[in-house]
Design a protein. Structure first.
Lengths: 115, 136
């Protein structure tokens, strides 16, 4: 079974990625990286990562979120996070990355923030 | 009564999951609660990942040896690699502003955050040993 499933939706010019499963060292991190690179290649650089279904993340997964953030920013876009689980929120707090990412609980509010 | 379990894992990414599964099973069988097990799980994943990647450098002729022990104090884990070692103090603080956007370097921070004691030493027969304790 795959560690992670990534479903893609479009809301205007924002691409929403619904992640479920594990974003960990190996397959989970690679799948996220591949998807972000493909979107950037297609010129889609407004990306919202919905992490509600992510039951587990490790330091590699957190590192992949950071890499995604910087890759999107480099292409002139914006990557934001939606619906953090308590666990992910705790890890982002420990790493002080809550100061880096734009984080939303409400999808409508997150989408509006891109305008 | 305390109990010890030792496992020997090949230097590949799949060993991270395997170590965590064994640790979860061991800890639950010894009556540790979900939050406790979750903290141990993360610390073991990070330490075994470090041993596989940075210690043994994915060399499958080298093993990662993991020991779990349950005692009256709590849960103790030792992870040994067969690498050339490193100085913990040389690892940059990932929470410093200049390091925030680095893609790696947060594993030790997680280990320190979720365990009560974390220490490194050189093994007499080579390699590094990280010892972590989570108190009851």
């Amino acid at each position: 079974m795959a560690d992670i499933t990534i479903s893609e939706r479009q809301a205007g010019d924002v691409t929403i990625l619904d992640l479920s499963g594990k974003v960990t060292i190996g397959e989970g991190s690679v799948a996220l990286r591949t998807t972000i690179r493909r979107l950037l290649g297609e010129g889609k650089n407004k990306i919202l990562l919905n992490l509600a279904g992510v039951g587990y993340i490790d330091s590699s997964g957190i590192g992949e979120l950071v890499s995604s953030f910087t890759a999107v920013k480099k292409e002139g876009g914006t990557l934001k996070l939606l619906k953090l689980t308590q666990k992910i929120q705790d890890l982002l707090a420990i790493t002080k990355l809550l100061t880096v990412f734009d984080v939303y609980d409400d999808e409508g509010e997150a989408l509006a923030s891109y305008n | 009564m305390s109990e010890i379990r030792e496992i020997k894992l090949p230097s590949r990414i799949e060993s991270v999951d395997q170590a965590a599964i064994e640790a979860d099973e061991f800890a639950k069988s010894r009556g540790f609660g979900d939050d406790f097990v979750s903290a141990i799980d993360l610390a073991i994943r990070e330490s075994v990942a470090n041993a596989v990647k940075h210690g043994n450098k994915f060399d499958e002729s080298k093993y990662v040896e993991v020991t779990f022990a349950d005692s009256s104090d709590g849960f103790e884990v030792m992870v040994r690699d067969h690498g050339s070692g490193f100085a913990v103090d040389d690892i940059p603080d990932p929470t410093n502003p200049e390091n925030l956007l680095k893609a790696s370097g947060r594993g030790i921070l997680f280990m320190n955050s979720f365990m009560d004691e974390v220490s490194w030493s050189n093994h007499d027969d080579g390699g590094m040993v990280v010892k972590m304790v989570k108190r009851r």
